[in-house]
Write a protein that binds this ligand. Structure first.
Ligand SMILES: Nc1nc2c(c(=O)[nH]1)N[C@H]1C(S)=C(S)[C@@H](COP(=O)(O)OP(=O)(O)OC[C@H]3O[C@@H](n4cnc5c(=O)[nH]c(N)nc54)[C@H](O)[C@@H]3O)O[C@H]1N2
Ligand SMILES: Nc1nc2c(c(=O)[nH]1)N[C@H]1C(S)=C(S)[C@@H](COP(=O)(O)OP(=O)(O)OC[C@H]3O[C@@H](n4cnc5c(=O)[nH]c(N)nc54)[C@H](O)[C@@H]3O)O[C@H]1N2
Ligand SMILES: [Mo]
Length: 802
């Protein structure tokens, strides 16, 4: 164990002693006794019933669940956590993570006091400071960066779960600047249907699975990564749907599916391309749908790959109705605007006019597909031709069918946008979007949060000058020199969680002027901060009313369960204190309650209108949003916010990259035949687990009974390396290494090794998971809607006994 492993509250043993010696009085609880669950929860105490009260709050939402919880507090301690009552009983959910909060809120890894760094960035050496000193230092640091470089030089990285409201806008910072996370597939999938989140969130919610006959679940372990949707998964099975999970590994969801088909990692695009070849060959596509609802009949100039428009565009924005795309009209046998009255566009055509050749998108697509016959796809993916034929026929001919993908597998390869693009074309070929019940495509794992069952709450109005900056278009990575970032203010795992290749990240951090962490727990990223501001968990409030969310079809209110523990303060309080110091004290709400009332009174979303705070309090924090449909669906009536208003499958902006239509591209590192495999033969991927929310809950001792940080590996690979379960192994490549225990299991595909992402360094034997992960930025990055994806899984390693 390293020195850091023995530290408490993030102070190394030496600095901790120094700090506590210097300021025992001010430290209070933190300095004298560390209060852990064992001490808080002696059995006799748990059953004492004096002074019992109930509080209601929502749990974290980054596990896609956002459970609303009823919490019993006895003698000032949280003693029981249960699902709250909801109008919709299916929403009454809780898992081990929620239950564990009885212990986890009092974790030894809670940040208890404001800290100032005294060692090198990353050393984890801090001393305790007062809140005033911390806040003054942060405000001065912000003002210095503002005046030296401008507001956009600050990167603000909020956590998905933060309860800050106005901080990003007050800072004027780049908010979540091109993180390159969860947008890999979306980069290719979303433009076609103009899916607004850019993550490929599905067209319909998972409640619709019961209406499908065939569901291809490709690389999504939804039973662990969106546990609250599990009832809808099993409902679908019971209704007779066939759920086919295509995943390199025998994950939990594969085990519960009708069928599991293993696939070579990073080859999802090849799977889709091969399936499309079969669909073309057998004419299983929906021709009328393609002509009516998609850009497939639009004409492309073969000379330069541009889409033909009515006249040369006078401005880049001149598209759609003002300058329509052209089609070949079968009635008049002439070229016509796609939206002209009475046109009957040809789908599969090529014409020559004045020596120039124009082909329909569909014709080009078919031509390009000659390179991807089924034999080719079988070889790339490792799925046999026979199986490919069988699932393609089911998908195309035994509908309605659904294509579901996740964010964890194929999303984290350099070629993810190609997979996403191929997925949307495939789903369109069989007429998935805007159609009947039980048809759809995309990431169902968070669809219900991102697109459906989510009411829009208005922002608190701030002065004109308070607005977030956008990241420079040329910058694809917060660490690149084009980002212009000089200061980092994070509430997520910005450093060790949201960047790959730790050595490079650490070098970058060293170049920054100022780093602030506002966190509940002492995660590894916190070690790089200059000032650390300890935040309350979602269970703690210094006022009765907390923040409001509108998710899972309900308005959800946070109310006080506990007073702030230790010296921690709410995100709201911290934001207020910083705003005051920056001269915006009068511009922000005085309390969460004032904010919540404003949000409810000024809601423009019909789903939220009319709901009152009184009603929410009366209902213990849960009120159904207005008029929520049984099953929410998008694109009803074939409405798309694309340039043509139809499904635009041809990406003109990617012509120069050869990706106007999805074209196979190997992963950048973990491809078959990479010579690097001589030294690093194993593909390394990182998965999620029901036990953690990324780097959150890793320190929960109740959960640690069930999950041990480990490298998972197939017996075949273990045997050739002389490894057995329980051995300490080192995972290594040219970027770095880490070590921990290994577990040998048949659930992991031979040739690959897996780890659960988010595990803190101190719970490993040595190093950091992120030391080995791939941070390559592909050339196409700046041309993609959300910039390049971090190819975390596109990583080769070797594993040896440590
Ligand atoms: N409990 C919990 N739930 C979570 C989260 C959490 O931290 N904890 N995080 C949330 C977030 S932010 C995200 S992004 C989602 C991710 O949700 P998922 O996409 O479900 O995430 P993973 O479990 O990482 O990966 C899914 C599956 O992809 C497989 N896989 C790996 N490589 C490939 C490949 O190349 N092709 C195919 N077809 N499959 C592959 C893996 O074996 C794994 O079973 O989960 C969300 N839900
Ligand atoms: N190697 C590798 N790295 C990965 C991935 C991978 O597959 N492999 N997956 C990536 C993915 S998909 C994602 S989404 C990211 C997720 O990584 P993050 O975005 O870092 O995860 P978060 O869930 O936002 O949690 C970050 C922190 O937010 C804190 N937090 C929770 N609630 C609050 C709050 O109310 N206020 C404040 N101030 N803080 C709070 C938690 O304590 C937690 O430590 O990780 C990415 N990193
Ligand atoms: Mo994610």
């Amino acid at each position: 164990m390293s020195e850091a492993n023995g530290s408490q509250n993030g102070l190394t043993r030496r600095s901790f002693l120094k700090a506590s010696g210097a300021a025992v009085g001010a430290l209070g609880l933190a300095g004298t006794a560390m209060l852990t669950a064992d001490e808080w929860l002696a059995p006799a105490q748990a059953h004492a019933d004096e002074q019992e009260r109930t509080g209601y709050t929502f749990h974290y939402r980054h596990c896609q669940c956002n459970c609303h919880l009823k919490c019993t507090v006895r003698d000032g301690r949280m003693a029981l956590v249960e699902p709250n009552d909801w109008p919709d009983k299916r929403n009454e959910t809780i898992c081990l993570k929620g239950i564990s909060e009885i212990q986890h809120v009092y974790s030894v890894d809670r940040l208890q006091v404001p800290l100032k760094r005294v060692g090198e960035r990353g050393s984890g050496e801090f001393v305790e400071i007062t809140w005033d000193e911390a806040l003054d230092t942060v405000a001065q640091g912000i003002q210095k960066v503002w005046s030296d470089y401008g507001k956009q030089a600050i990167a603000y990285m909020p956590s998905v779960d933060t309860l800050s409201v106005n901080l990003g806008r007050i800072l004027g910072a780049q908010e979540k600047p091109h993180r390159g996370i969860d947008i890999g597939l979306g980069n290719g999938f979303s433009p076609a249907i103009a899916e607004s989140g850019g993550q490929g969130a599905a067209s319909n919610e998972m409640k619709d699975w019961k209406n499908a006959k065939t569901i291809l679940n490709v690389g999504c372990n939804v039973l662990e990564t969106c546990m609250v949707t599990a009832p809808y998964f099993f409902e679908a099975l019971e209704a007779g749907a066939e759920i086919i999970t295509i995943d390199p590994n025998y994950c939990t969801t594969a085990a519960k599916s009708s069928r599991w088909i293993p696939i070579e990692p990073g080859t999802d695009a090849a799977l889709y391309l091969g399936m499309m070849s079969l669909i073309l060959e057998n004419e299983w596509y929906d021709e009328a749908y393609l002509r009516e609802n998609t850009s497939m009949p639009f004409l492309v100039d073969e000379a330069d790959g541009s889409l033909l428009r009515d006249h040369p565009a006078e401005s880049p924005k001149e598209t759609g109705a003002d300058n329509p795309f052209m089609v070949w009209d079968a009635v008049s046998d002439s070229m016509q605007p796609y939206d002209a009255d009475g046109v009957d566009p040809k789908l599969d055509a090529s014409i020559e006019i004045d020596g120039k050749t124009y082909s329909t998108v569909f014709r080009k697509f078919k031509k390009q597909h000659e390179a991807y016959p089924i034999e080719w796809a079988a070889e790339k993916t490792g799925v046999s031709e026979e199986v490919l034929r069988e699932i393609t026929e089911k998908y195309a001919c035994n509908g309605p069918s659904i294509l579901s993908f996740g964010f964890g597998g194929a999303d984290k390869f350099s070629n993810a946008d190609v997979s996403g693009h191929a997925a949307v074309v495939l789903a369109t070929l069989v007429g998935t979007f805007g159609s009947e019940d039980g048809a759809g495509a995309g990431a169902y794992v968070n669809a219900y949060q991102k697109v459906f069952g989510a009411g829009k709450l208005p922002n608190w109005p701030l002065p004109e000058e308070c607005k977030a900056a956008s990241a420079p278009k040329e910058s694809v990575d917060i660490r690149d020199d084009k980002s212009g970032i000089r200061m980092l203010y994070f509430q997520d795992g910005a450093i060790q969680q949201c960047s790959a290749n730790m050595n490079e990240t650490a070098k970058w951090i060293d170049t920054l002027d100022f780093v602030v962490a506002q966190e509940i727990y002492h995660t590894p990223s916190v070690d790089y901060a200059d000032i650390v501001l300890p935040t309350c968990s979602h269970f703690e409030l210094d006022q009765e009313i907390g923040s409001l969310r509108a998710l899972r079809g309900h308005a959800l209110l946070q109310q006080k369960v506990l007073d702030p523990l230790f010296e921690s303060r709410t995100d709201f309080w911290i934001e207020t204190e910083i705003a005051k110091r920056l001269g915006y004290g009068d511009a922000i709400p005085e309390s969460y309650e004032e904010l919540v009332r404003y949000q409810l009174d000024n809601a423009k979303d019909e789903a939220v209108k009319g709901i009152t705070l009184e009603e929410l309090i009366e209902s213990n924090g849960v009120v159904a949003l207005n008029d929520q449909p049984e099953i929410a669906r998008s694109y009803v009536g074939q409405k798309y916010a694309t340039a043509s208003g139809k499904i635009d499958l041809y990406y003109e902006n990617l012509v120069n990259y050869g990706q106007a239509l999805p074209a196979w591209e190997d992963p950048c590192e973990a491809y078959a035949g990479n010579p690097l495999r001589d030294e690093y033969p194993l593909q390394f991927f990182q998965r999620r687990t029901k036990y953690h929310i990324h780097c959150n809950m890793v320190d929960s001792t109740w959960i640690q009974q069930f999950f041990k940080p480990s490298v998972e590996m197939n017996p075949v690979d273990a045997e050739s390396r002389g490894l057995a379960s329980g051995d300490i192994v080192e995972v290594v490549n040219d970027r770095g290494s880490f070590s921990c225990e290994c577990v040998i299991t048949n659930a992991i595909r031979p040739g690959t090794v897996a780890v659960v992402e988010g595990i803190w360094d101190k719970y490993l034997e040595s190093g950091a998971i992120q030391s080995v992960t791939n941070d390559t930025a592909i050339d196409r990055g700046p041309a993609l809607p959300k910039g390049r994806v971090i190819p975390f899984n596109d990583t080769l390693v070797e594993v040896k006994k440590a």
